[in-house]
Design a protein around this ligand. Structure first.
Ligand code: HAM
Length: 422
């Protein structure tokens, strides 16, 4: 019997997995430079948190959650996204009682029972960032800038920022009604008709050409924004202009989660086909109250690490991932292996990436492994070297060999390797 990973799960192994860490670190660096602290919230939550937080009418809650009863009979759900859990965590630990906004970021897997396809998985990875407890439009722009700069630091150049406002409880209901009236007059199937009553904004997101054609003249939120929301939106755009981040107004951009208010945005990559969103976020000014907390207007984003891997591959940005092996040890015989392990450990402690041949490989096999490792130097220890209390160092790039006293080997190699790095 052999096993495979569950359907729709993306796994990463070397060398590709190194990209995941690079992506995580680029977003983490960008977030840290703006004063965001790391949080590690629970991977699973009480199901009700997502039902109340993400929204009963969202696709995520109605059909995509991994929900099960634990052995104590509690309904548990693997996080389909971070925001509700991060906010729950911040409230539970009382971080909102200190200075506002609370600025945090997180990283890890999220789970959605979706139809798997390129760029859409059932287990996927997000970097998430949240600024909790301020209405200031400057923080909307800050969150966008943090993501933008991270994408850029990774070398991603083909990037579009789509920007919209979804209004607030004052103006959205008026828009919702106007949209419903318009949609009810269209030729749509029963399921979509049901959606008009439950979550009409989602109909705007329908990808089918026959539906899209009918949506051309649908009313847009931008024409219904109340003065406060319109002023907020204008300010965000003004500030984006100040810091030189280009955006595209996307009046039909709706998001898949129900908690959004006012500013919403998505980062799109043109080379990814249907799953082109490599990140997205927005304001969720009412979410804290929805999950039993105090009023805490907030904003944040999550970026899809799996899709950023695909975007980087599409742009050819997959060059040298890590500092490769610099020194490779070739011991001949048992006694030499013992000496070599000590030498290799010392070299690593001195900051040199070092590997060695394991097992009974013989001189030829070991030297082949040294060549394959990409190391600049091989260190050989055989009977002759042991007798002379020395090591033989071979420059693998030009074949030159030199015998060095065993006690001086670490200093000799450290000086050469670190010197060449500079
Ligand atoms: P989201 O748009 O659902 O937002 O997800 C953010 C990003 O995660 C997407 O743009 C996409 O790159 C990636 N993603 C989502 N689903 C999948 C999937 N099935 N497979 C691969 N990648 C996927 C949120 O999750 C919000 N919590 C973002 C947020 C934070 N809003 C405010 N704060």
């Amino acid at each position: 019997m052999s096993f495979q990973a569950p359907k729709g799960v993306s796994e990463y192994v070397p060398p590709r997995s190194a990209l995941m860490l690079r992506i995580r670190d680029a977003f983490a660096d960008s977030a840290r430079r703006a004063g965001y602290g790391y949080v590690e919230p629970s991977v699973f939550e009480e199901t009700q948190l997502f039902v109340r937080g993400v929204g009963e009418s969202s696709d995520v809650v109605t059909r995509e959650m991994y929900t099960f009863d634990d052995r104590g009979g509690r309904s548990i759900t693997l996080r389909p996204e971070f925001t509700a859990g991060v906010l729950r965590c911040v409230l539970e630990h009382g971080l909102h009682k200190g200075a506002l906004p609370v600025k945090v970021w997180a990283y890890g897997a999220a789970f959605r029972y979706e139809r798997p396809q390129a760029g859409r998985y059932r287990q996927f990875y997000q970097v998430d960032l949240e600024a909790i407890g301020t209405e200031d439009p400057a923080v909307d722009t800050e969150t966008i800038a943090i993501a933008w700069d991270a994408y850029r630091a990774l070398g991603i150049s083909r990037l579009t920022l789509l920007l919209n406002s979804l209004g607030d409880p004052a103006c959205r209901p008026v828009y919702r009604k106007a949209l419903q009236e318009y949609l009810r007059g269209l030729d749509l199937d029963a399921e979509t008709r049901q959606r008009i009553e439950l979550n009409p904004l989602r109909v705007l997101d329908d990808k089918r050409p026959e539906v899209r054609a009918q949506l051309q003249d649908a009313p847009v939120m931008a024409d219904f924004l109340c003065p406060d929301c319109a002023a907020h939106h204008d300010r965000v755009r003004e500030l984006l202009g100040d810091i030189g981040i280009p955006w595209t107004d996307a009046p039909r951009l709706v998001r898949g989660l129900d908690y959004y208010t006012r500013t919403t945005y998505e980062f799109d990559h043109p080379l990814l086909g249907a799953q082109s969103a490599i990140g997205g976020g927005g304001r969720y000014d009412g979410l804290s109250e929805d999950i039993g907390g105090p009023p805490l207007p907030s904003i944040g984003w999550a970026v899809g690490v799996d899709r950023i891997v695909l975007a980087m591959e599409a742009e050819g940005l997959t060059g040298a991932e890590t500092a490769g092996t610099q020194v490779f040890g070739v011991p001949i015989g048992d006694a030499a292996r013992r000496i070599m392990l000590a030498l290799v450990t010392s070299l690593r402690r001195a900051g040199i990436t070092t590997d060695m041949a394991f097992g009974e490989r013989g001189m030829k096999g070991s030297l082949k492994a040294a060549d394959r490792s990409g190391a600049s130097y091989a260190v050989l220890i055989g009977e002759r070297e042991q007798a002379a209390d020395a090591v033989l160092i071979k420059d693998l790039r030009n074949g030159e060999q030199v015998e060095v006293a065993a006690a001086a080997a670490v200093a000799w190699l450290t000086e050469r390797v670190l010197g060449e790095q500079r």
